[in-house]
Design a protein around this ligand. Structure first.
Ligand SMILES: Nc1nc2c(ncn2[C@@H]2O[C@H](COP(=O)(O)OP(=O)(O)OP(=O)(O)O)[C@@H](O)[C@H]2O)c(=O)[nH]1
Length: 206
């Protein structure tokens, strides 16, 4: 099975005053570089989703000749990035992840690819029973149709297409802890205080 990964990086970062989250630094690398390093290791194909040509210009020095998609529907959130990315992806399954997760764990993603089987999606559950649809694997063709339908109905929530899938496997947090004991994979950076907290983590903790 060919493994595709899609890194969603087209958000506006409004809670961080428009800061480009993918270009934030952690330990001398951008979050973009950190994520791509992990994804390159566990995937046959990596696609980066950006919102538009202006953002592409801004990111060009980090992207070399990578596969890039830009949104065909503007300002519609992560589902727009998934739409463009899933149209481009050539794998049957696509690991889809936000660019604001600094502590991705390649072993966990590898295990997830190994578990997907014939399911339509594999979605981890983190603390407090929270679903993690932006750190999940989707069957490309089925999810693409579900995204198109949700967007056509004007529903931009990522959980809208997920709820229409028949055959979703959820990965519970206790199973995940055997690989990622503190569930750091799901830490994501949305606000100025998240940035401060990120800087206070040491690599030994990871
Ligand atoms: N391609 C694309 N990606 C998006 C879009 N909106 C959000 N994303 C990505 O989806 C992931 C989750 O985004 P959010 O945290 O919900 O939104 P954000 O724009 O990054 O931040 P806020 O504006 O503060 O909500 C991030 O990796 C974003 O880069 C979009 O319109 N297009």
């Amino acid at each position: 099975m060919k493994r595709s990964s899609l890194l969603l990086a087209g958000g506006l970062g409004t809670r961080l005053n428009g800061r480009e989250k993918a270009l934030m630094m952690y330990q001398e690398s951008t979050l973009l570089e950190r994520s791509l390093e992990v994804l390159d290791d566990v995937s046959d194909e990596v696609i980066v989703s950006l919102r538009d040509e202006d953002q592409l210009q801004q990111f060009s020095e980090y992207l070399d000749d990578r596969k890039i998609v830009t949104d065909t529907i503007r300002n519609a959130g992560p589902l727009a990035g998934m739409l463009a990315g899933f149209e481009r992806a050539s794998g049957e399954y696509v690991f889809t992840v936000a660019c604001d997760m600094p502590f991705l764990n390649g072993e966990l993603i590898d295990v997830m690819f190994g578990m997907i089987g014939e399911h339509d999606a594999l979605i981890p559950i983190s603390e407090y029973g929270m679903k993690e649809p932006l750190h999940a694997i989707y069957r490309r063709d089925v999810m693409l149709k579900a995204i198109e339908l949700s967007l056509a109905e004007g529903n931009r929530s990522i959980l809208a297409p997920v709820s229409s899938l028949d055959n979703v496997l959820y990965l519970d947090s206790e199973a995940i802890r055997s690989i990622d004991k503190d569930l750091k994979s799901f830490v994501n950076i949305n606000t100025p205080s998240d940035v401060v907290n990120m800087d206070s983590w040491h690599s030994d903790d990871l």
